[in-house]
Design a protein around this ligand. Structure first.
Ligand code: GTP
Length: 338
């Protein structure tokens, strides 16, 4: 580890994903497919490329879904283990709980499990080290910051954290990827729910900790809403967003691109069907004559009847959409709340 960069990471994947219901009633948000693969795979590949060798998935909601898919991580070229919270500990509590599984004393990278970002993680790591920081946050600037917590800065030093508000003092927001020194993690209260954004960061500032911000303007998207989830797939297919895992998927020759969409090679698409705007058509789907699919995700083995028109819509695996059916911004075939 000559560069002294972090080699351990925690991925926060235990949230309820309420904004994505009903998709998240049966699948946790980080396991929802984005451009054909569970979202977490995009983040694991990014971590690995930045030199991370060991990662803990901090799980809570539908925790049992992760280990059967990721195993010990060998298939993904990284060591993976699992921290399970009996009840959700919040982002801060999850970090403290998961860190118990990481040996070593070096800094730890923390990823929110719902951010697609092309930022240079190694540059963030370098700033953390050269700046002698206790914590270094990735920051991004958004046109309308009212829905986010924003920070105020002096150079690269963060001076304040501000909750969501009608007139935010800046447009610079926490982009959901942090580097924490061990001592910071050790200071997080144990065995109760703690929010890293609302509690840990303000307390660290008040205590005089050095919190730096790595601000850049690379691609960034919070995939936490249905529209954003569709956007992420479309942006990866168009090349507006980058992902190593997606590049690896394309090399497997399982999909072809049609009009800016991704279509499984074993899907049956009738010649007069139209597929466009970053749609994802999974394996063994059948799309009948005259059907139109716009910016939508069609799950494995689903069937779309003749003349149906689906716009920005999710269709679950094995679901059948009748001929002539028209839908926009809908979900079909997903489980109702248990
Ligand atoms: P919404 O309910 O739609 O807001 O989504 P969410 O539950 O994912 O919450 P949010 O977007 O604020 O969470 C940010 C990240 O932290 C996501 O990757 C969540 O999976 C994760 N997260 C949130 N709360 C917890 C928690 O209590 N435990 C763990 N392990 N992860 C959490």
């Amino acid at each position: 580890m000559q560069s002294g960069r972090p080699t351990s990471a925690i991925l926060l994947v235990g949230g309820f994903g309420t904004r994505l219901q009903p998709l998240t009633f049966s699948t946790p948000k980080p396991m929802l497919p984005v451009a054909g693969i569970p979202f977490t795979e995009h983040q694991i590949a990014k971590a690995r490329a930045a030199g991370i060798t060991e990662i803990v998935l901090a799980t809570s909601y539908l925790a049992e879904v992760f280990a059967p898919h990721f195993g010990d991580g060998e298939r993904f070229g990284i060591k993976i283990s699992y921290a399970v919270e009996k009840s959700a500990l919040g982002t801060g509590g999850a970090i403290a709980n998961a860190a118990g599984l990481l040996r070593g004393t070096g800094p730890i990278v923390i990823f929110n499990g719902d951010v697609l970002s092309s930022h240079e993680l190694q540059a963030q790591m370098d700033l953390h080290r050269s700046g002698g920081a206790d914590v270094t946050l990735h920051l991004t600037s958004v046109p309308d910051a009212r829905a986010f917590g924003v920070v105020e800065m002096d150079g690269s030093r963060i001076l304040s954290f501000n909750e969501k508000m009608e007139n935010p003092p800046t447009k610079i927001i926490n982009a959901g990827c942090y580097i924490f020194n061990r001592s910071v993690i050790d200071s997080i209260p144990r065995d109760r729910a703690v929010s890293v954004e609302r509690e840990v960061f303000p307390a660290l500032l008040a205590g005089g900790s050095k919190i730096l911000g790595y601000l850049d303007s690379s691609y960034w998207l919070d995939i936490g809403t249905p529209a954003a989830l569709l956007q992420a797939t479309s942006d990866l297919i168009s090349g507006r967003a980058q992902s190593i895992a997606f590049t690896e998927l394309l090399h497997q020759d399982l999909y072809t691109r049609i009009s800016g969409s991704l279509v499984a090679l074993d899907a049956q698409i009738e010649p007069s069907a139209i597929i466009q705007d970053g749609s994802l058509i999974a394996s063994k789907v059948r799309i009948e004559n005259g059907a139109t699919i716009v910016g939508s995700v069609i799950g494995q083995s689903a069937r779309i009847g003749p003349g149906a028109r689906l716009i920005h819509t999710f269709v679950a695996p094995h679901c059948e959409i009748p001929g002539g059916f028209i839908a926009e911004n809908q979900f079909f075939g997903y489980l109702e709340e248990k």
